[in-house]
Design a protein. Structure first.
Length: 202
C-alpha cells in the first residue's frame, strides 16, 4: 500500500486563474470554462495527486476529475450538431452517451438505427429492410456515391453488434459514430445553416 503523508482541502472564490478549468461537460455536452468548487490533494508515494470538483456554468451540474486524471461523468464523445429533428437528435445523443460509457455494441446499433430514422423522416416507408432505406436515401440524393462507403460501414458494424457474439471494438464504435455524425451534418445541419444564413441575408 502506498504511503500517504499530506492532505489538503482547498476551496476557491473565483478571484484567480486556479478557480477555473476548461473541460467538456458530460451533462450538457458543451466545452466550458468550469468553476473549480474545491480541490483535494495528497502526496502519494512522493507525488502530489489532486482531485478537482467542477461546476458547469452552462447547465449547473457537477463533475469531478479524479487524482488519476479521469473525469466523471465521462465527457460525451462526438460533435454536437444543429438542426436535427427531435427523434434523430435524441437517438444521436443516445449513441454518443453509449460510446462515452464504453457501450460499444449499443453505440453501433444506435448508429444503424439512425439511418433508418433518417430515411423515414425523409419520406421512406416504415417497416422496410435496412437495405431499402439505404437505397431510398441514395435515390433521393441524400447519400452521394462517396458517402456510400460510410453508410456501408455503419450497416456492417450495426449488423455485427446485433448478431455477433464478440462486441465491437472501441475503434469500430468511434468510427460508426463519426460517420453517422457526418451523415447527419450533411443531411440536416448544412441545410439548417443555409436556411439560417439565407434568412439573415433577406
Amino acid at each position: 500500500m502506498s504511503e500517504r503523508t499530506f492532505k489538503n482541502l482547498r476551496r476557491y472564490d473565483g478571484n484567480n486563474s486556479d478557480s477555473w478549468h476548461n473541460y467538456r461537460c458530460a451533462h450538457c455536452g458543451h466545452d466550458v470554462t468550469g468553476v473549480v468548487v474545491a480541490t483535494y490533494s495528497e502526496i502519494v508515494s512522493g507525488k502530489l495527486e489532486t482531485a478537482t470538483w467542477l461546476l458547469c456554468p452552462s447547465c449547473g451540474d457537477a463533475s469531478v476529475i479524479t487524482m488519476t486524471g479521469e473525469q466523471y461523468p465521462t465527457a460525451i464523445p462526438g460533435v454536437e450538431l444543429m438542426g436535427l429533428p427531435t427523434d434523430i437528435g435524441n437517438a444521436y445523443l443516445e449513441a454518443r452517451k453509449c460510446l462515452g460509457i464504453l457501450a460499444f455494441t449499443a453505440c453501433t446499433m444506435m448508429c444503424r438505427k439512425m439511418l433508418m430514422h433518417v430515411a423515414v423522416e425523409k419520406g421512406g416507408k416504415v417497416g422496410q429492410r435496412f437495405e431499402q432505406y439505404v437505397d431510398y436515401l441514395q435515390e433521393k440524393g441524400y447519400i452521394s456515391p462517396n458517402m456510400k462507403l460510410w453508410v456501408d460501414r455503419i450497416r456492417k458494424l450495426g449488423n455485427e453488434g446485433a448478431h455477433d457474439l464478440e462486441a465491437p471494438s472501441s475503434a469500430a464504435a468511434e468510427s460508426a459514430l463519426a460517420f453517422t455524425g457526418e451523415l447527419l451534418r450533411t443531411v440536416y445541419e448544412m441545410q439548417y445553416l443555409n436556411d439560417r444564413f439565407t434568412a439573415q441575408d433577406t
